[in-house]
Design a protein around this ligand. Structure first.
Ligand code: NAD
Length: 320
């Protein structure tokens, strides 16, 4: 798609309209992307400043959409602000839920949602880690419910983890894949449900050690970030950990790598840290983060991050 007029593609027609529940960081990002692809979006959230927060959020995202080659004119023509849950769901083809990350909240919400939608409505939750089999516990017919977990911000990062539960019908998985692909995303289906899914579990493993190294004063927070962006960050943008080590094994690939360095890798894992995020640790990390990054406005840091990520994406797309 290039920066022209908003058009609803043929593939997306059966997914129109969409209800976005929860207009926080993730909900607003999804809303803006859906609008740019021509979908009618009903946004539901009980917050009193709903309209204002959604309109401001869309404005802030526009430059990124533009840089991605997506349309930014008349974005709000098909936006509907609907604080009433039931009304926001009437006749919707897709629901993308982005409410608070609390299991009881999501269980109660989806048990209400299923009463207001049709049997065909695709029910997707953005949850960062709650399996849909848990969310489905209050529902009578959870066949169309599954996880569509984006990486922040969803309007920019390609990955969406598609995670069916034990109740999810195959057709719903196929529909979710088709929906996200039609929005230019890279849906990845997990073979099994696991709390935290894949990307966040990987991120947690690395972050745990990063915290340990900073707390042990091996390295400052800012230097640790630079170590990552200048080494594994660069590598992982073009090849994941397995391909990277397959190449680390020379001509013999991963088998040679594991034979040569596997024993060291395993014994090294025993020395990894396992910090506890107690009050004083949180305080210490918060102080260092504010000293390292607090002088620059968050919006400025976000814009810089988005610009750099767009440049990386452009390079990667051109090389496919
Ligand atoms: N922030 C991230 O990096 C990220 C990434 C991927 C997935 N997620 C997931 O997305 C979801 C939303 O996260 P977020 O960061 O946008 O949170 P957020 O706190 O920014 O937004 C949550 C929104 O839900 C609204 N809300 C509260 N009660 C509601 C109700 N009854 N009905 C409808 N809306 C209600 C709140 O008013 C708020 O606007 C969570 O499940 C989270 O795990 C977050």
């Amino acid at each position: 798609m290039s920066n022209s007029k908003i058009t609803l593609s043929e593939e997306l027609q059966r997914f129109n309209p969409v209800t976005v529940i929860g207009a926080g960081t993730i909900g607003i990002s999804w809303t803006t992307l859906f609008l740019a692809y021509g979908l009618t979006v009903r946004v539901n959230d009980p917050r009193p400043d709903l309209k204002e927060v959604v309109l401001n959020g869309i404005e802030q995202i526009k430059p990124t959409l533009k840089a991605l080659g997506l349309p930014t004119e008349n974005l709000t023509d098909h936006l509907e602000i609907e604080p009433d849950l039931e009304r926001s769901l009437q006749g919707s083809a897709v629901v993308q839920e982005n409410g608070p990350e609390r299991i009881e909240f999501k269980q109660e919400l989806f048990s209400k949602i299923e009463k207001a939608v049709t049997k065909e409505t695709l029910l997707l939750s953005s949850t960062s880690g709650i399996p849909s089999s848990e969310i489905a516990k209050g529902m009578k017919n959870p066949g169309r419910l599954l996880i569509g977990h984006p990486f922040n911000p969803p309007h920019l990062v390609p990955l969406v983890e598609v995670v069916p539960g034990e109740h999810t019908e195959v057709q719903a998985v196929n529909d979710a894949i088709a929906f996200y692909k039609s929005l230019g995303k890279e849906p990845m289906v997990l073979k099994k449900e696991i709390p935290g899914f894949v990307a966040n579990r990987l991120q947690s493993a690395l972050f745990r050690e990063a915290i340990h190294l900073v707390l042990e004063e091996v390295v400052s927070m800012k230097d640790l970030d630079r170590i990552v962006t200048n080494s594994i960050g660069l590598r992982w943008a073009v090849g994941g950990p397995f391909l990277t080590f397959h190449l680390g094994g020379g001509k013999g690939g991963l088998p040679a790598f594991l034979k040569h360095l596997g024993p060291n890798l395993q014994s090294g894992c025993k020395n990894l840290g396992n910090p506890t995020l107690d009050e004083s640790t949180v305080q210490k990390l918060s102080n260092e983060a504010m000293n390292s990054y607090g002088k620059v406005q968050i919006e400025e840091l976000e814009n810089k991050r988005d610009q750099k990520q767009i440049s990386v994406l452009h390079v990667m797309n051109n090389q496919h």
